[in-house]
Ligand binder design. Structure first.
Ligand code: FDA
Length: 489
């Protein structure tokens, strides 16, 4: 579709005729609605490419019509569910391309079926809303998805989705059993009618490439009535934090899969936050064993027992009632950020950790966030879903830096830190035979033209084939959407 054929006026008319809410650039409500779910406020600056229109569907039929209006009038659509995209590509473009944003935030019904332990959740729901609804239905069921509560189901499930239950139950996409997708013609498809290749692709191949996922059916997982949590900070006096992290990276991926211990390294400290699917009485001996992490000196008073839903609030420093608020994630709205990801397959030497602590991590807000793999993550084949970072990964590593929002400052220093740190890490996270990986859901435009194999490894080619099947005219596109396969010439 060439832009010479684009008719924004025709698009607008088409939507208005169908009584679909739409806001145009220049209207007051346009900015209110656009800015509402911009989760990285560095993209609030109006220098970024904004949509021509914000479209607010109120039901599935509206989504179908909006896509048809867009296709017919040559106006591309970008879909926004929770707006957490690291590069903001659900609501902004880097190039200059007249597009409209489809805001899914009104489509957020969660229907729990206790009989079958399954849920249909609409893409506009947040993770907090999903978890809350599950907990209202049962305290013995949970769902393995992300930690941060305001993240949208739509983008999150599209790219993988990991959180505190991942070592026991895998990613969100490992537990998706059906979905409804609107394709570029506006046709509503389910698992059967979209076909195996497309159903495979939408479970981890990334949002914004195949169509609009309206809702997802997921299988819930059992959680015990009592789970245990702890948070232990280790300061670096006499190298204690360096030692603890060096030990953690070997131990955390090998511990029983009921135990998830995340490590955050910042300001010369290592902070360990854990969720254990069991009681403190069962957890404490695991930690103090020599193949645990006795270095954390975990005591009975560090360990707190609670329900699973309380643990999801706890790990966010929030309350259970906060789960349904749409603005409670840790970094929401007040901080701009830059981040990127790596996968670590060989434990990093102590001397390197010492360098990271003492030399690399000098900026106050610079963080390295380590998430342990192993368990169920190692037992899912690399091509079972498009998400390929499975067996052999010890942990993922997120390089993250943030700054207070101020219209006069764009985070240049913090952004440079992430880029420099990424360069520093290269020899420790890749080799000739093992190219570097990255997590699609922590999208990074700095990955350059070779982003596809970094996110998806060998699954990338298959994703381009699924793309050709479902969206042969490349209607759904952005700076990092799955392209059509290259034709053999
Ligand atoms: P957003 O609406 O911005 O969409 C992201 C992408 O998906 C865009 O390309 C968009 O077009 C597309 N898309 C959105 N809805 C769609 C739909 N219905 N159909 C098709 N395409 C759609 N991840 C993780 O695994 N575990 C975690 O704990 C966290 N925590 C976290 C915290 C914070 C503060 C942030 C900013 C991000 C995370 N993430 C995360 C990453 C998160 O999973 C990722 O950013 C998701 O893509 C966000 O989904 P949203 O719907 O919120 O984003």
């Amino acid at each position: 579709s060439s832009s010479s054929q684009a008719s924004p006026a025709g698009f607008l008319q088409c939507l208005t005729k169908a009584n679909i809410s739409v806001f145009e650039q220049g209207e007051d409500l346009f900015n209110t609605q656009l800015d509402k779910y911009i989760r990285n406020p560095k993209f609030l600056a109006n220098t970024t490419g904004r949509p021509l229109y914000v479209v607010m569907p109120a039901n599935a039929h509206h989504v179908q019509i909006a896509v048809r209006c867009g296709s017919l009038n040559g106006v591309p659509l970008r879909v926004r569910s929770g707006g957490h995209d690291y590069e903001g590509l659900s609501y902004r473009s880097v190039g200059i391309e007249g597009f409209a944003m489809l805001d899914m935030s009104e489509l957020r019904t969660v229907v729990v079926d206790n009989q079958t332990s399954t849920v249909w959740v609409e893409s506009g729901a947040t993770l907090g809303e999903l978890y809350y609804a599950i907990s209202k239905a049962s305290n013995l069921l949970g769902f393995p998805a992300g930690v941060c509560l305001a993240v949208g189901v739509g983008g999150h499930f599209s790219g993988g989705g990991f959180g505190t239950l991942m070592r026991k139950h895998g990613l969100a996409v490992d537990n998706v059993i059906d979905a409804e997708l609107v394709d570029a013609n506006g046709t509503l498809l389910n698992k059967t009618t979209m076909g195996d290749d497309v159903f495979w692709a939408i479970r981890g191949g990334g949002g914004g490439s195949f169509g609009v996922v309206l809702k997802w059916q997921v299988r819930l997982v059992p959680v015990p009535a009592t789970v245990s949590v702890f948070e232990v900070s280790v300061s670096n006096s006499q190298g204690a934090a360096v030692h603890a992290v060096t030990k953690w990276q070997k131990v955390a991926p090998a511990l029983p899969e009921e135990l998830y211990i995340r490590a955050l390294v910042q300001n010369g400290m290592a902070v360990f936050r854990a969720v254990f699917l069991g009681t403190c009485d069962a957890l404490l001996p695991l930690m103090s064993r020599s193949d645990g992490i006795p270095e954390l000196n975990l005591s009975r008073s560090d360990c707190k027992e609670m329900t699973w839903i309380e643990s999801m609030a706890y790990i966010n420093s929030a309350t259970v009632e906060d789960l349904t608020k749409r603005t409670t994630s840790e970094f929401d709205s007040s901080h701009g950020f830059k981040a990127t990801t790596d996968y670590v397959r060989r434990a990093i030497r102590r001397e390197v950790w010492a360098k990271i602590f003492y030399k690399q991590l000098r900026q106050p807000n610079a963080q390295v966030i380590l998430v342990p793999y192993g368990g169920k993550m190692s037992n899912v084949a690399e091509d079972a879903t498009p998400y390929p970072h499975r067996a052999g990964v010890l942990y993922s590593m997120q390089l993250y830096n943030y700054w207070p929002v101020d219209s006069a400052y764009n985070g240049a220093m913090e952004t440079k830190w992430v880029r420099d740190m990424y360069a520093f890490m290269a020899p420790y996270v890749s080799s000739k035979s093992r190219p570097r990986g990255a997590y699609f859901n922590c999208r990074d435009l700095d990955l350059g033209p070779n982003w596809g194999p970094k996110y998806f490894k060998g699954n990338y080619q298959r994703l381009t084939k699924a793309k050709a099947k479902i969206d042969p005219h490349n209607y759904f596109r952005n700076e990092q959407s799955i392209p059509l396969p290259k034709r053999a010439s």
